[in-house]
Design a protein around this ligand. Structure first.
Ligand code: VG1
Ligand code: CO
Length: 547
């Protein structure tokens, strides 16, 4: 049967929620309902500029639904006149590698199939992220336009009568008038890393007495980490754990934090077997860094990378500036000030870094949620952060714990923690949030945890590049000694609501730098619980995840 474009009519429009911090995330079951994936892809293809005649990149983290979605997207792209579709062997493509492929091939954008750290499988979640021509998440103007189309959509176009795509080997095939190129998803990314980091120095470190452990959590970074760490850098076989991507991530929750990556955390924090450990999330854009008996908080990680950036060849000439998301601690700000660099504070979500990176105002950026990255692509990049740390360790030849201690001795320490209350009843979460928001004006000048509340607001951001305003980004209580507490509701959860409580307190170099963060932040933790009635309203004794 010859390939023909079919116009499928929908009896009712596709009324979905607005895509959140990281694209559209829903249960796999929802994505399997008729016309669901197709409707979102149709809306995206109608909005993205340059579709007809353009190049599109497609791939995902290998979770359940990945291959089927690539087939659907390819047939729809062909029906919309896309000239060239680039996908990868097995359809496996990490988010950072996708960003690089988009940029390298002058694509109009990409479709990344992932729900990131959310569990996968038939009972888990699936997700679709739409990236633009700069390789980054599309800005709000585009996601808003896609959402608007979904509200009135009455049909979609798709190619019918085509054979199944051959994804198992690199090669070229035709789908109607569109060329489908299957490329090795790892190769181009590895070449980029080799340009940025000193592979000789890291190789020397790893071939010596420096055992490391990397946990790919049965998700997308397995093939990348195996080729780089065990292949090119000579780390012993077995360095990469859980390195085969599985459709359900082995039943795990591929979120690189102390709760979900606890096996790795125990190895590093509870034994002396390894000098360095790291894990990445489902789609490979986030990272957790551990040293021997040392957890590196992600906000501190950004600060350390900023302070030591010139040790890596890709950043040897210095940085243009740095940016962090609002809930991320101000540890990087202190380093930026010391180095005379501009420092920006953006809302949560990588898309807000895109304009600053494109305009050349920043080189490094990061989020407290284990996301760090640079101007090499337009996504956060888990393995990049791991290699950056290894590059620094190879040059400084000091234990991670010592690097942290020296950092705090120089810049002071930002005690920091995030408490997540996951899957709570939506009404309870929204009720709690609304109540605190309404209380805010009366809180200024009030006592809080032995300090005084200096500012209480809902964070809003004016983009310094294009002037766009984004409001409603998190409730802040800024205290007179520079400490703060922030409340946010997650935009990536799919079950009920997730409340995130961010706690931060700065101690200068002369102060006590060796406390346990939960103890150092104890008074703030108690005060926000009393004010926001967190335990009472969520019905939870303690957070699901403490970072
Ligand atoms: C979370 C993190 C945020 C991150 C986002 C996407 O969002 O807090 O910092 O950018 O996940 O990361 P939220 O709205 O749940 O707090 V990923 O690795 O899921 O693409
Ligand atoms: Co992710």
């Amino acid at each position: 049967m010859a390939a023909t474009v079919q116009q499928i009519s929908l009896s009712s429009p596709f009324a979905d929620q607005k895509p959140g911090t990281s694209g559209l995330r829903k249960s796999s079951k929802q994505f399997e309902t008729p016309h669901y994936l197709e409707s979102f892809i149709e809306s995206s293809l109608r909005v993205l500029p340059g579709v007809a005649g353009g190049t599109l990149v497609v791939g995902g983290d290998g979770r359940y639904g990945n291959r089927r979605a690539i087939g659907v997207i390819a047939r729809m792209a062909a029906a919309h006149g896309v000239a060239r579709l680039i996908t990868t062997t097995g359809g496996i493509l990490s988010t950072p590698a996708a960003s690089h492929l988009i940029r390298q091939n002058g694509a109009i954008g990409g479709v990344i199939l992932s729900a990131s750290h959310n569990p996968g499988g038939p009972e888990g979640d699936f997700g679709v992220k739409i990236n633009g021509a700069n390789g980054g998440p599309t800005p709000e103007s585009i996601t808003d336009a896609i959402f608007a189309v979904t509200q009135t959509l009455d049909g979609y176009r798709i190619l019918e009568g085509t054979p199944e795509l051959a994804l198992d080997q690199p090669g070229s095939q035709q789908l109607g008038a569109m060329t489908v190129e299957v490329v090795d998803g790892v190769e181009a990314y590895v070449a980029l890393m080799q340009k940025l980091f000193d592979f000789d120095a890291i190789g020397d470190l790893l071939r010596g007495d420096f055992p490391i452990a990397f946990d790919a959590m049965h998700a997308v970074t397995g093939p990348y980490a195996t080729r780089i760490l065990e292949g090119l850098l000579g780390a012993p076989a077995g360095t990469v754990r859980n390195g085969t991507p599985l459709e359900d991530f082995g039943g795990g929750h591929p979120d690189p934090n102390l709760t979900y990556a606890h096996e790795l955390a125990e190895l590093l924090l509870g034994s002396d077997a390894y000098r360095f450990g790291a894990a990445c999330d489902g789609d490979g854009d986030r990272n957790m860094i551990l040293g021997q008996r040392c957890f590196v908080n992600p906000s501190d990680s950004l600060a350390v990378l900023t302070a030591n950036a010139t040790l890596a060849p890709g950043y040897a000439d210095g940085l243009a500036g740095v940016a962090r998301s609002m809930p991320t601690s101000a540890a990087a700000d202190v380093v930026a000030k010391d180095l005379g660099l501009p420092c920006y504070e953006t809302p949560t979500g990588w898309k807000f870094f895109g304009n600053l990176l494109d305009a050349g105002r920043i080189t490094l950026c990061g989020e407290e949620s284990f996301g760090t990255g640079s101007n090499h692509i337009r996504e956060k990049d888990g393995l990049w952060a791991v290699l950056f740390w290894l590059n620094i360790l190879a040059r400084r030849r000091e234990p991670v714990a010592q690097i942290m201690a020296e950092h705090w001795n120089r810049f002071g320490r930002h005690y920091y923690s995030r408490h997540d209350y996951e899957a709570i009843a939506s009404e309870a979460a929204h009720g709690l949030y609304k109540r605190v928001k309404e209380m805010q004006p009366a809180l200024v000048g009030q006592a809080f945890a032995g300090r005084t509340i200096a500012t209480a607001d809902d964070f809003a951001y004016t983009d310094p590049v294009d002037g766009s305003l984004t409001s409603g980004q998190g409730l802040r209580l800024l205290l007179d000694d520079g400490s703060r507490v922030v409340l946010r509701l997650s935009g990536t959860g799919t079950q009920g609501a997730t409340l995130r409580v961010y706690l931060e307190s700065y101690v200068p170099p002369s102060g006590n730098l060796a406390q346990d963060p939960q103890a150092a932040l104890g008074d703030l933790i108690n005060a926000i619980d009393a004010l926001a009635e967190i335990k009472a309203r969520t019905g939870m004794d303690r957070p699901t995840v403490i970072t």
